[in-house]
Design a protein around this ligand. Structure first.
Ligand code: NAP
Ligand code: F7E
Length: 336
């Protein structure tokens, strides 16, 4: 049987790297779009090349950018993928207040550019759009959590840009009959999470504090509450959406909510430290409008896709702490 080809924007990010692992394991040929950078930005996928003597080279990287529509057209015409995963984005909510226009261009209009390229080059492909729980805004969360029918009320330029992408994806599905699905994913984390998102910022700092490489950790709003899941499990949900006969929109979430303080407690307990002695407040990390509370109701994804999450909040935190303890040990050895 012919190998399926997948095209991933954002392959160098947390989700892109887990998705590449997952699709290669399933036998796909994976094409990833990478931004040109003056420093290395492929650390999360370098292991795939290192393992290629075992599996053969089935991952191909291409330079490109979501702001460059002619490049996107060329890539899709050349690759003609069966599945497209649009994970590329300026994905940091706090940063989107500092760079609202850039965020709108990449996280919003970038999706439109990719959809147009797909319509021209490979209209039979299946398209996954990385939508977000940031669409909901967290002001009035239903008891069971937000579902696919809940109203949107984005609270940041990032959320507004993702709202544009959500509707662009849905409109292209309805207007042109294309197979395009939105995955409305709640926060998901892992040892590959970017180091400026709160969970990884905490586990990285904890490892360094434990080994005496750092004294304090500066954070913003500790009362914010999130439905935090395991990124490794969430990428399976993306793939499942594209295996359905009919495209649709799905919430992927654990249905459990914890605060930043809860995360701190579980993480610092692993290292037998009291977080209150190390965490300091810095107003720079506050947002002009905050999303206070998020909980997702993924009943539809569980029923239709058969998607499940298995990792508990505690297991996820422990895994991240263990990984970042090892990183701190290596850092200490290097500096010695
Ligand atoms: P991430 O780690 O920040 O990765 C973002 C990816 O987008 C990186 O590969 C980045 O490249 C790339 N990128 C940034 N600007 C780009 C541009 N102008 N053109 C092309 N690519 C660009 O994000 P993630 O956590 O993996 O999330 C994946 C997607 O899901 C994002 O769209 C995010 O907004 C969305 N999402 C994430 C969550 C979550 O909790 N993680 C929840 C819901 C939705 P560099 O490596 O070069 O920076
Ligand atoms: O913040 C609070 C902060 O930046 C979580 C992205 O992947 O998930 C992510 O967005 C909470 C917020 O993630 C710090 O105010 C406190 O309430 O880890 P975060 P996020 O904003 O929820 C959604 C679903 C996405 O789609 C996004 O792409 O933690 N917080 N102190 C802090 N946050 C950060 N980053 N840094 C702090 O020092």
């Amino acid at each position: 049987m012919k190998k399926k080809k997948a095209f991933i924007t954002g392959i160098t990010g947390q989700d892109g790297s887990w998705l590449a692992d997952f699709l290669l394991e399933k036998g796909y040929e994976v094409h990833g779009m990478v931004r040109r950078s003056s420093s290395f930005n492929t650390q999360r996928i370098d292991h795939i090349y290192q393992d290629s003597h075992v599996h053969g080279v089935r991952m191909f990287l291409h330079f490109g950018d979501l702001s460059d529509s002619s490049g996107l057209f060329k890539l899709l015409h050349q690759i003609k993928p069966d599945e497209i995963y649009n994970l590329g984005a300026q994905s940091h909510v706090r940063v989107s207040f500092d760079q609202p226009e850039y965020t709108g261009e990449v996280t919003g209009i970038g999706t439109l550019k990719l959809l147009e390229a797909m319509r021209s080059a490979c209209p039979k492909a299946k398209f996954y759009q990385a939508s977000s729980s940031e669409l909901y805004g967290g002001l009035d969360c239903p008891k069971k959590g937000y579902n696919e029918k809940s109203p949107f009320y984005p609270r940041s330029p990032y959320g507004v840009a993702k709202l544009y992408s959500f509707w662009a994806a849905k409109n292209y599905r309805e207007a042109y009959g294309l197979h395009i699905s939105n995955g409305i994913l709640f926060n998901h984390e892992s040892e590959r999470r970017g180091e400026t998102f709160v969970t990884r910022k905490i586990t990285r700092a904890l490892g360094r504090i434990k080994l005496g490489l750092q004294k304090e950790l500066y954070l913003g709003n500790l009362d914010a509450q999130r439905d935090w899941g395991d990124a490794k499990e969430f990428v399976r949900g993306m793939w499942l959406m594209l295996q359905q006969k009919k495209a649709d929109d799905y919430v992927i979430a654990t249905g459990e909510t914890y605060s930043v303080k809860d995360f701190l407690k579980v993480a610092f307990d692993c290292a037998k430290l009291d977080w209150k002695k190390y965490v300091k407040f810095d107003a720079r990390y506050l947002r002009p409008t905050e999303v206070d509370y998020l909980k997702g109701d993924s009943t539809k994804a569980r029923r239709v896709l058969g998607w499940r999450n298995e990792t508990s909040f505690e297991q996820l935190v422990h895994r991240m702490v263990a990984h970042d303890m090892e990183m701190a040990v290596k850092e200490k050895k290097r500096d010695a």
